[in-house]
Every structure is written in C-alpha cells, then in structure tokens.
Design a protein around this ligand. Structure first.
Ligand SMILES: NC(=O)CC[C@H](N)C(=O)O
Length: 324
C-alpha cells in the first residue's frame, strides 16, 4: 500500500478550527432558506465547527453540538448505501454521475441529461434532487417504513450514534414538496424511477429531515475519509472502493451549480444542505463539519464555505496541491 501522509497533529487542527471560528463568527451575509418554514426560523447566530480525523480524534469550536436538519447532505449517505447494494455500473446507468451544472432542484437538468445523443440517464447525479430521488427509489425494503429504516440505519452507522427524524421539518417539507413530486413523475415518465413516486418522495423527504450536528457531520465524513469504516465506533459501514466513489461524486456536484468554484477554492470533495450544514472530506486525513444557517444564492452555507476553506488552507489539505 502507498505510504499515507500522517494526519495533522492535535494542536494544528484545534488551532485551525479556532482560527476559522474567530475569523468568521461575525459574518452575517446570506439568508436562511425561506421555502421551508422551519428553516426560515433557525437562529442565524449559531455557528459550529467540528473536525474528526480518520483516526478518530475530535475537535470542536462554537455550537458544534447544535442539531439541525441534514437536508441535502443526506444524499451522500443514501448514495453510499445504494452504491453498496447496486454497484458502480448500475449507479452510472440508472442515476448518472456527471456534474449537472444546475441548481439542486433543476428540472432543466433532467431534460438536458436525457438527450438521446449523450445517452446519460436523466437523473444526472445522485447529489442533486433528481438523482437523490432516483437513488431513494433504489433503497431496498418491503415498505416505506422498512426502507426509511434502511436509510436512517445507514446514516446512523456513519455518524456512530442513532439519528432521529425532526418531525416539524418533515411535516413542513411534506406540505410543500410539489416540486420534488414533479421531479419524481418526470423521472418515471422517462423510465428512470425505480419505485412508486409518492412513496419515493416521502422517503426522500424523510431523508432530508433527520437532525445532525457539526460533530455528526464530521464523524460521517471521517468515515469516508477512513475508507468507509467509522474511526470512532470502528464499525465498517461501506467498503473502501464504495467510499472513494462517494467522494468522487461529491467532487462533481456536492455544492450543486457552484461545485466548480468550491473545488477551485477548497480542493476537497464537499456537500452542503439548505439546513446550513456543510461537509468537506480530506481522504485519508479528516473531515470538517460546519453549521451556520445563512445561505448564498446557490443554497450553500456562507460561513460554512468560508470556514472550510480556511481550515483546508491552514492544514494544507487541497488535493490538487503538490505538497512539499
Ligand atoms: N439543497 C437541499 O438541501 C434541498 C433539500 C430539500 N429538502 C429539497 O429537496 O428541496
């Protein structure tokens, strides 16, 4: 096996975390997500940062234990489960793994990907809504509750603790998820939805509605940084090849239409959610989990992106940097 560079030391990591927290604590730019009433009410002052290393060390600053709805970041862990069950070829053929270049809930991306000339599946990518809904339709289980248990158990194994549904968020999103229902029906019309549309959208909506903290996100990411084995619980969740593919998909579309800018600035696979969470993973080394509810126009946490970039720079984590 190739020699792995040692993860940064305790002092350097805590310093990078504290520095990012102090530097961006006062930034109040951006807006809470407004289309989900529960998220509109979140306290924008809350700011939590956590780093968990691939060897299980935990570092925190601010409101790192504050829980918030995972939203789109859940797509990462459902993808991991579907990749494990279906294998990479089926995921490429049934969902797709190309960058969409479009907003997270784009219908246009479905039409563009469905171009008969390119032959790409219409859902496009498992980390935008269309692909995540297609992925949800592939989750095994006898009925909705069994399938939901599969999704939540997988996410909980990544986090190393039992995660739970936020009922308020779930109800709030179910009352206003017509756009996602339309996406599911459009995919079905192209024979690229693999289950009942109403059941699938319900499952997808539950998946968006479980709570996590910055520490949970960092632990979930550290499991990917560690090749699919949770470095705190020491339980294998997915195999190393699956873990590597999940990270590759995060690099293509983890921050939707601004994924390119993110990769350009931070140099790490990342994933954001409209709940204000953000996750960045340095393979073999560590993961960064951040919570701050105010979002930019693409739906990505403003302070989350700034803090992730600052920590990645301080610790020299950019995957494309040659190193010394
Ligand atoms: N980008 C997100 O976090 C979107 C998640 C949200 N539940 C939706 O489907 O619209």
């Amino acid at each position: 096996a190739p020699a792995r560079e040692a993860p940064p030391g305790d002092q350097a990591i805590q310093q990078a975390v504290d520095q990012a927290y102090a530097k961006f604590k006062g930034v109040m730019e951006g807006e809470n997500a407004s289309y989900i009433p529960y998220l509109a009410k979140a306290d924008p002052k809350l700011f939590g940062i956590a780093v968990v290393t691939a060897d299980g060390r935990v570092f925190k600053a601010g409101d790192a234990g504050q829980e918030f709805p995972v939203e789109s970041i859940a797509k990462v862990f459902t993808l991991a489960r579907v990749l494990k069950d279906q294998g990479p070829d089926a995921v490429m053929a049934k969902i797709g793994v190309n960058a969409t270049g479009q907003p997270f809930n784009s219908v246009l991306a479905i039409e563009l990907n469905n171009d008969k000339l390119t032959g790409s599946p219409p859902a496009g990518n498992p980390l935008v809504n269309a692909g995540a809904i297609a992925a949800a339709s592939l989750v095994p289980g006898a009925d909705l509750n069994a399938r939901w248990k599969t999704v939540l158990d997988t996410a909980s194994a990544f986090a190393g603790r039992t995660l739970a549904l936020n009922q308020d968020v779930y109800q709030s999103e179910m009352a206003g998820n017509q756009h996602n229902q339309a996406i599911a029906l459009l995919l079905q019309s192209y024979d690229h939805l693999y289950g009942d549309p109403a059941v699938t959208v319900d499952l997808y909506t539950r998946e968006c509605s479980y709570n996590v903290s910055a520490v949970d996100l960092a632990t979930m990411g550290a499991t990917l940084a560690n090749g699919g084995t949770n470095p705190v619980s020491h339980k294998a969740v997915v195999d190393p090849a699956t873990s590597a593919r999940v990270l590759a998909v995060m690099a293509t579309a983890g921050l939707y239409n601004t994924s390119g800018e993110w990769l350009f600035k931070v140099g790490l696979p990342g994933k954001s959610g409209v709940g204000g969470g953000i996750l960045a993973v340095a393979p073999g080394k560590l993961a960064i989990g951040i919570y701050s509810s105010r979002l930019d126009a693409a739906g990505n946490s403003v302070r989350g992106q700034l803090a992730a970039q600052s920590i990645a720079e301080a610790l020299g984590l950019n995957l494309f940097a040659a190193g010394k």
